[in-house]
Design a protein around this ligand. Sequence first.
Ligand code: NAP
Length: 247
Amino acid sequence: MRVLILGGTGEARELARIVSGERGFDIVSSLAGRVRDPLLPEGEVRIGGFGGADGLRKWLTDHGIERVVDATHPFAATISANAARAAADAGVPLLRLLRPAWTPGPGDRWIPVPDLTEAARAAAGHERVFLTIGRQGVSAFADLAAPWFLIRAIDPPTAALPPRHELLLARGPFTLDEEIALMTQHGVEVVVSKNSGGDRTEAKLAAARELGIPVVMIDRPAPAPANVVVDSPEAALAWLTEPWGKP
Ligand code: NAP
């Protein structure tokens, strides 16, 4: 069975790894090409956009794809919407692999916001802000002249940045001790995060809790419609290996 995994996440890499160990699958993973030196999944990989939903539909047909797993990041709304449309148009069953969102626990001081604009508004009243939203979206904070920002990303942002900042290029996972040390060293007063979920980057939330620091938490965008949603690579493998009558 020829399967396309839309990736760019740890879950997508894990799924590629475990499906590679199964007989009868021919998988290709797809990356957008945003990161300069990406962590590559096992097996065949293609890199770059498809040219919208229509381009993806054509790609699925041209490459004889029989199943699609959308394992992209919860904030990658455009590719997910395109995948839903393209798979429906091509008549190919689609699975959404979506990691669970983080939820606040005792001791957490979260400030939930719906989007980047509101996150910038919430950050504006603080002096030392730890911006851990990745490279994309940082420009939403560019007009904030007063706060100082510690901006952490894998690659340098290309869009406008706030005038007072330090850029930290680093790729997770990070330990709790590392996060506490980083926030203490920089006198961080508030953390800004997307609600990405997953364990690779959640230590920053535990560190904020331990230090009593608030977290401006950006809600996920509305998910694209999907008939089947699972939250783990193992469940995605089960979907791929289940006996298929009709899709
Ligand atoms: P996006 O806004 O949803 O997608 C923008 C365009 O990028 C899509 O229309 C598509 O171009 C192309 N694209 C996105 N993901 C692709 C993939 N896996 N394979 C091929 N083309 C892809 O996506 P994004 O938020 O920029 O994220 C890009 C990638 O980074 C995703 O694969 C995602 O899993 C990963 N990622 C995103 C975040 C985040 O916070 N957004 C965080 C970590 C990882 P065409 O229309 O030309 O097909």
